[in-house]
Design a binder for this molecule. Sequence first.
Ligand SMILES: [Zn+2]
Length: 98
Amino acid sequence: MRIPCPYCGPRDAHEFTYLGDATVTRPDPAAPDAAAAFHAYAHLRDNPAGPHEELWYHGGGCRGWLRVTRDTLTHAITGARFAADSSVSAPSVAKDPS
Ligand SMILES: [Zn+2]
C-alpha cells in the first residue's frame, strides 16, 4: 500500500504509523454527560466498510500528521492531506521520480 503524502509524494505504508479514526471529536468536558461521552470517545469505534477518514503519522518522512481517506474493503487510498491544513491535498497520481 502506498500513501500519497502531500509533502513527500507517494510512499510505502511502512513509513507511516496508523493513529486511528480521524472522524471522532473530543467531547465537551463541561457537558452533563461528559463521562459517557469521554468513554465513547476513548473506547468505542465504528468498523465501517468502505471509505473512511484515518489519521496517519509519516515518521519515516516529513513527520507530518495526515488525514487519509482509505477504503477499508479494498485498501484503496483516494486522498491524503495534512491534518492541520485541510486545504492541501496530495495529488491522486504518482509523481515522476526524476
Ligand atoms: Zn511526508
